[in-house]
Design a protein around this ligand. Structure first.
Ligand code: IMP
Length: 423
């Protein structure tokens, strides 16, 4: 499979990091195509935890990694990530290239986001406060600063001055917040350019060259389908398109190049931040799963909300992403229940709902319909073959396949590299 995409099929945090780490072993190039350091991909190798937010997971396998045009990049975070990985023996510098078309996240984006979340009060999105939304706003408004802009110092000075004048008006007059210093922003960017400049290029050419040579390119999605700005639970979404369709625009590759789309889904459901969550479970049960599943945001450390598996969500993701195969993660965490409810559909005013609604107001009127499957009360964390899972665990996986309409290719039973079952 020369070009494979890994996408999240729920609200993010499905365990894409682990799946990408697994698949990257056979890849020649790994590419991120959207989002920024709101993402957090984690893998444990022995007792060591590795978490990356911007650099594709393939870096841990020593693979060339690209940060695509659809991303928004906070260079201070990238610098930290590079030095943290470097200090732990993971070479970064020679292995990453950054798209000249990727947009920058700057200090004012974070200040504006914090002020805007405060202003929204009870209606706050619960963002990661990494400046993601405001950076994509500037991109759409055609006033963003891109990686390639750092090359021309005179043009950069003018761009920074123009945008900061506008942002300071907003900060001062609308949000009554402290303003930012354009000279500092400019000077910091020049220093960052000295460090990163040689890694900046048109990454789409590298992807194309790899594909032309028949090499294997792995596209690493971030977040999840239900956080997609167009298809998620708007407005409680992120500001980019995590969907597989974004690979084409975000990485700069023809949609015809994609061969295999792997969706990652937890064996249950989680979300962080505000917004609707039909199968959210009672906090007592959630609390019992939180430690076992490591259900704390890898970017913000917030406790994740937890719910039962929702087939309506994943079925919609299978359709929107064109998912060919599913990787089910965290199956081991369910080994503590006698019975496991699975949401097989929704009802609204007594009527069956055929598809996951796009409007959150309609979603709020839906009642999940549950089917109860027998649990397996066993530790599956050391199981290596599907046939060796308890019968009820296998039946659970098979029922998910049936409900969402996609075959399962991988089952992950622990956070460590190697705790994987390949079907
Ligand atoms: P933002 O992406 O920081 O603007 O946050 C918007 C919403 O998306 C919030 O509910 C976040 O918690 C959520 N979000 C963004 N990225 C991730 C992720 O990688 N995993 C889970 N939730 C995320």
């Amino acid at each position: 499979m020369p070009a494979r995409v890994v996408v999240g099929s729920q609200w993010g945090d499905e365990g894409k990091g682990r799946v990408v780490d697994l698949l990257a072993a056979d890849a020649d190039v790994v590419v991120r195509y959207q989002g920024g350091n709101n993402a957090g991909h984690t893998v444990w190798i022995g007792e060591q935890k590795f978490a990356v937010h911007l650099i594709p997971m393939g870096v841990l396998r020593g693979k060339p990694c690209l940060l695509g045009a659809g991303m928004v990049i906070d260079l201070d975070v990238l610098l930290e990530e590079e030095s943290e990985l470097g200090s732990r023996g993971v070479p970064v510098r020679g292995n990453i290239r950054i798209s000249e078309n990727a947009h920058l996240i700057l200090q004012y984006h974070k200040l504006i986001e914090a002020a805007e979340e405060e202003r929204r009060g009870e209606r706050a999105i619960g963002t990661t406060r990494r400046g993601i939304g405001p950076a994509y706003e500037d991109k759409a408004a055609r006033r963003g600063i891109r990686m390639g802009d750092l090359r021309d110092s005179d043009a950069l000075a003018e761009k920074v001055d123009t945008v900061v004048t506008y942002k300071n008006l907003l900060l001062k007059n609308v949000y009554k917040s402290p303003t930012v210093d354009p000279d500092k922003i400019y000077n910091d960017l020049r220093v960052l350019h000295d460090h990163f400049g040689e890694m900046v290029c048109d990454t789409s050419l590298i992807v194309q060259e790899a594909l032309d040579k028949g090499q294997r390119v792995l596209f690493e999605g971030a977040h999840g389908t239900m956080l997609d700005i167009d298809w998620g639970t708007y407005p409680y979404v992120t500001s980019s398109n995590p969907l597989s369709g974004e690979v084409a625009a975000g990485a700069g590759v023809s949609p015809k190049a994609l061969d295999q789309i792997t969706g990652v889904t937890k064996a249950y459901t989680t979300r962080v931040g505000a917004g609707p969550f039909p199968t959210e479970m009672a906090e007592e049960i959630a609390a019992s799963m939180r430690d076992a599943g490591g259900e704390f945001g890898s970017t913000t450390g917030r406790a994740r909300r937890i719910g039962w598996f929702d087939a309506m969500v994943v079925k919609k993701s299978v359709r929107l992403n064109g998912i060919d195969s599913l990787a089910i993660t965290h199956l081991d965490v369910l080994g503590r229940f006698d019975e496991i409810p699975v949401c097989v559909g929704y009802r609204c005013g007594g009527e069956e709902v055929s598809d996951f609604p796009n409007q959150i107001e309609e979603l709020a009127r839906c009642e999940p319909v549950y089917e109860t499957l027998p649990g397996w009360r066993a530790d599956t964390s050391q199981v290596k073959r599907f046939g060796d899972l308890p019968e009820n665990a296998r039946a659970y996986v098979r029922r998910i396949e049936e409900l969402v309409g996609a075959p399962v290719s991988h089952v992950l039973v622990g956070r460590q590299r190697g705790q994987d079952i390949v079907l």
